[in-house]
Ligand binder design. Sequence first.
Ligand code: SAM
Length: 257
Amino acid sequence: MLGILTQDLSFTLFNQHFGEHYHNLRDGALKETLHKHIYPSFAYSSYKDSLKVLDICFGLGYNTFALISYAKERGYKGVLEIHSPEIDRGLLLSLESYKYPKSLDKQILKKLITQQYYEEEKLKVFLHLGEAREILTHLKGDFDIVFQDAFSPKKNKMLWTYEYFKRLFEMTSEDCIITTYSQNSSMLYGAFLAGFIPYLLRQKEVRDSIVFTKIVNPCIAIANVLGIVAVDIPHKISLNKNLKALYDEEINEKSKQ
Ligand SMILES: C[S@@+](CC[C@H](N)C(=O)[O-])C[C@H]1O[C@@H](n2cnc3c(N)ncnc32)[C@H](O)[C@@H]1O
């Protein structure tokens, strides 16, 4: 099957329930994956002997496959351990029929779907079938990289709340990096209140995106390769007095109505 062709000719899909595509059509699925998630996180973390990665969520697997391929291409010698929750079993079962970009190693897909686990020398991949928030309560830290790639904060709220970011804060290392495509102000505020510092990532190839770290001015490694600008949250709040973080309670309240 072909799926939906994006700007760089890699395919994506459309999710009827959330009413959104899995990738940005104009940036291109593969290009978005590489520029917003893989390049910045790898530039920041690849000096480490091992990398523990949380991919929220697996979707078509671009982030997971692209990280594995890129780490191999760059001759990364450390141990790579990837954990990715995914709630949509039907989606996973359909993935084998799609034609992935050649640069992505899709070989592990079959094993992941049948066994939810794949292992080779210095690589372990865990596909966690189920609801991500529930899965995060069982996963043990310290994660070095988080690909925060759920559907948008407006549609997929429970994976962008203050409490959700608090949990990410507990399970990540001091020198972790979180990458995301979203620049939603309520999401940024919630993540900031949870302890993360947001930076805007500017690149010519794709639209601006965000990286979070826990330490101020940490991004020398990224800044050497990519342009980053600190996001001034107190300034954002001063410009918009109504700005509020997203909280679990509000979602729960709304779902009761
Ligand atoms: C934007 S897509 C992820 C794209 C993916 N990172 C990729 O590289 O192809 C978002 C994914 O999150 C999954 N998802 C949404 N809410 C979830 C939840 N609460 N728990 C687990 N998975 C969830 C959706 O089924 C979808 O596959």
